[in-house]
Design a protein around this ligand. Structure first.
Ligand SMILES: Cc1cc2nc3c(=O)[nH]c(=O)nc-3n(C[C@H](O)[C@H](O)[C@H](O)COP(=O)(O)OP(=O)(O)OC[C@H]3O[C@@H](n4cnc5c(N)ncnc54)[C@H](O)[C@@H]3O)c2cc1C
Length: 396
């Protein structure tokens, strides 16, 4: 086997899944994660279709995840006074299996920690691919932000929508991210401020604010979503982002003022544009991308299922090619690209669906949600996308 030393950037979903399959097939994975420890918490993510569940099963984590499943929850849309207007049934938001992203990352980490070297609190600073051609002793020289210098045979970017690896090896983010006209924010609030118990949301034109999951632990997850083109802000300036969210929701009623007031004291804020990642080719020499870094779509694009499938296929193709990355990267892309591109399309309508642009459009959306035939059609569309790949079998 050639090219055994493989550096993976990112320890969330795609990274540890890839590490699991690489180690199992005789490679030596190292995962570097910029966060000082495994990132916990976060929103719920879902798997749907036999293809998603088959990868989890083969990875040996399906039962663990079933034990952690949130069970899905009906999402109720309410008016200004809190009266229900429409509801999304649990299978719509939760698919076949819904878990908190943090739980998923922890299960994957525990499954891989004995066979994978994990380095937390560091990040790749420079990458130098020493090959012009597929030469036997070629490698990637990596310098980390910590100053450490190491040599790997291959580097895989599994570092999400704003991938550092992609920036270093493929070029600036603006060339690969397509803004889809919305922003999303998430923060946690304590129960005692009087948040609703259920998964519930309120719309005004182009905006949605709600509580996602208030049953777990002492806090509730607030979810805010609004129409806006690219915003000029510093991604590290949390105070500035809080101001943007507070300004956008200043005119919204229901319990929004309470949720926004609590935002000021929230220890963390997740804030990002809704965007799609379009990378024409997922590898450049000895560097390749997987998961959101290669084919993300912030919401509605089934990114979690696509991340585990892409990671499984990438490791399988590397092993099948005896470590020949040129052959394997090409086969990986051919096996997965059409499937994930189709899944990404689900993300294109998420904004208009969650926060329709006008009050009339919100009313129309609510009427549609009351029609079982429309719901069944939307569910079937998602299922078909998620099932649109026959999972390859790899030797060993
Ligand atoms: C609010 C919200 C709700 C979502 N809901 C769903 C859902 O219901 N269903 C679904 O399928 N998907 C959902 N998604 C998308 C899903 O979270 C992603 O598709 C999935 O997590 C992709 O996994 P990943 O491992 O590729 O990337 P990520 O999960 O983004 O992980 C990237 C990792 O790389 C790390 N990293 C970043 N920069 C560096 C660096 N410089 N060096 C090292 N490490 C770095 C990050 O800290 C992180 O751990 C949702 C996303 C959001 C934002």
């Amino acid at each position: 086997m050639r090219n055994k030393r493989i550096l993976i950037s990112g320890a969330s979903v795609a990274g540890p899944t890839l590490a699991y399959w690489l180690a199992r097939r005789g490679f030596e994975p190292t995962v570097v994660e910029v966060a000082p420890a495994l990132r916990g918490g976060g929103y719920a993510v879902d798997f749907r279709s036999s293809a998603h569940l088959a990868v989890l099963d083969r990875t040996g984590i399906l039962d663990d995840l079933r034990a952690l499943a949130t069970g899905g929850t009906t999402w109720t849309f309410v008016d200004d006074a809190g009266n229900p207007l429409a509801a999304l049934p649990p299978e719509f938001t939760g698919g076949d299996l819904e878990v908190a992203r943090g739980d998923l990352a922890r299960v994957l980490y525990e499954r891989t920690r004995d066979t994978t070297e994990y380095v937390f609190g560091d990040s790749i600073a420079t990458l130098t691919d020493t090959t012009a051609s597929d030469h036997a002793d070629a490698c990637v020289q990596v310098e980390f932000e910590s100053g450490t210098k190491r040599t790997f045979d291959l580097v895989i970017g599994a570092d999400g929508l704003h991938s550092n690896t992609r920036e270093l090896a493929f070029g600036p983010e603006k060339d690969y991210l397509t803004h889809l006209g919305y922003h999303v924010a998430g923060w946690m609030v304590p129960h005692h401020i009087g948040v609703p118990e259920a998964r519930i949301a309120h719309n005004v034109a182009g905006k949605l604010i709600g509580v996602l999951d208030s049953r777990r632990g002492p806090t509730a997850d607030v979810f805010a979503f609004f129409a806006a083109g690219p915003l000029d802000h510093d991604r590290r300036d949390v105070a500035g982002q809080k101001r943007i969210v507070a300004d956008v929701f200043a005119d919204v009623g229901w319990v929004a003022p309470t949720l926004i007031e609590a935002l000021a004291d929230a220890p963390e804020l997740y804030f990002d544009a809704i965007a799609r990642v379009d990378v024409p080719r997922w590898s450049a020499g000895r560097v390749a991308l997987v998961g959101d870094a290669a084919y993300g779509a912030t919401l509605g694009g089934m990114g979690t299922g696509s991340a585990v499938i892409g990671a499984y296929v990438l490791a399988g193709e590397l092993a099948a090619a005896g470590g020949n990355h040129v052959v394997a990267f090409d086969r990986y892309e051919r096996a997965v690209r059409d499937f994930v591109t189709e899944c990404q399309k689900g993300g294109e309508d998420t904004g208009a669906f969650l926060a329709p642009a006008t009050a009339d459009a919100v009313a129309v959306r609510n009427v549609m949600l009351g029609d079982p035939a429309v719901l069944a059609h939307l569910l079937a569309e998602g299922e078909a996308r998620a099932a649109g790949i026959t999972l390859p079998d790899y030797p060993g």
